[in-house]
Write a protein that binds this ligand. Structure first.
Ligand code: SF4
Ligand code: SF4
Length: 348
């Protein structure tokens, strides 16, 4: 059997899986994702509506998390320029259908034009989500006022916290991350984030530390709320339980730990047509730091651009993008397993 090196690119996996399909006794688990969609009457996968404009403003991050699908870190140089941000704003102006702008990275706050971009988007009267990794708030004194900045623009804050205990969080995100995350959450609570009836939304994201699917979101949220309040008096709104997709650093982990095939088998066996119906790529356009367009953040990291003539902000054509076929591959099983997974947690 062919051995596979981690290449950070699931296309290499797809070749590998096709070979396994022909030679492995457990071929049932390697059914191409496209075939599963066909059986569900969902292929080719089409957009429903375009409502979420997700922008990756750069891959630089103050953390180097083990599961990161962006392969982000302090040494990444890819940063969205103000010129590309202006192209985003032009698209938003022309296309009121995008009511939600979801800013991600890396740590989006590390982009030197981050605050300018937020202010400009707010002037277009759009709801803004910022995927804040929490520790950035304490990384440098110039970020200490981020909670107040978020509040002044009524930004929805979505933050990863792999678990409510120090050891499990630090194992996944690095030493000291849990303590700094707790301090940052307290700063967000102090200005009203996550506090009932404040109108300031603070959502947390859980993702599994190993090669398993997340537990039920509702019961996990109850556990998180109880533990964080009892131990630290921290409050938040909703917990999103997200499945790790087999790409980038998480793919490396699966391959080096010998868990790749078992994990793929879990995902394939847990395929849920109801989750496939609601995958986030059906209402999202994902914009890369250089202005290229993708179906989602995962396809962006795999450099799978949209299957459309509108491949870049400068070519943006709403009609073409609404009627495109969404590009799918084996990693998509991560979005359709069990209760499904999206940037907003479970979908089914
Ligand atoms: S904080 Fe987020 S972007 Fe940064 S390394 Fe961790 S997972 Fe990746
Ligand atoms: S990985 Fe992206 S393209 Fe595939 S199902 Fe998930 S959101 Fe859609």
């Amino acid at each position: 059997m062919k051995s596979l090196k981690a290449q950070g690119n699931v296309l290499a996996d797809a070749d590998y899986q096709v070979e396994l399909l022909a030679t492995d006794n457990h071929a049932y688990r390697l059914v191409p994702f496209q075939q599963k969609l066909e059986l569900s009457g969902l292929y080719p996968l089409k957009p429903t509506a375009l409502q979420v404009f997700q922008v990756n403003v750069g891959k630089m991050c103050n953390q180097v998390c083990k599961h990161c699908h962006v392969d982000a870190g302090p040494d990444r140089k890819e940063i969205m320029t103000r010129e590309t941000m202006q192209q985003c704003l032009d698209v938003l102006k022309e296309n009121p259908s995008f009511q939600i702008v979801d800013l991600t990275g890396g740590a989006p706050e590390l982009n030197p034009d981050f605050r300018w971009f937020v202010e400009q988007i707010k002037m277009l009267n759009r709801h803004i989500i910022v995927r804040c990794n929490l520790t950035i708030i304490l990384a440098n004194k110039r970020f200490y006022d981020l909670p107040k900045f978020f509040k002044s623009h009524n930004i929805e804050v979505v933050s990863s916290l792999p678990f409510y205990s120090k050891d499990r969080t630090d194992r996944q995100r690095g030493d000291g991350v849990f303590d700094d995350s707790i301090k940052a959450l307290k700063m967000l609570n102090a200005v009203g984030y996550g506090i009932q009836d404040s109108g300031l939304i603070l959502n947390l994201v859980y993702n599994p530390a190993g090669a398993f699917l997340p537990p039920a979101q509702t019961s996990l949220e109850a556990d998180f709320k109880k533990a964080l309040f009892n131990d630290f008096e921290i409050q938040f709104n909703t917990l999103f339980a997200i499945t790790n997709l087999p790409i980038s650093r998480y793919l490396d982990y699966l391959l080096t730990s010998g868990n790749y095939e078992a994990y793929m088998e879990k995902l394939v066996n847990a395929y849920n047509p109801a989750a496939a119906l609601s995958v986030m790529c059906r209402n999202t356009i994902s914009v890369g730091w250089d202005g290229f367009l993708y179906d989602c953040d995962f396809n962006q990291m795999l450099d799978l651009k949209v299957d459309s003539q509108s491949k870049h902000l400068t070519q943006f054509n709403f009609q073409q993008l609404t009627t495109r076929d969404i590009v799918v591959n084996q990693h998509c099983y991560g979005c359709t397993a069990g209760a499904g997974s999206s940037c907003g947690g479970t979908v089914a």
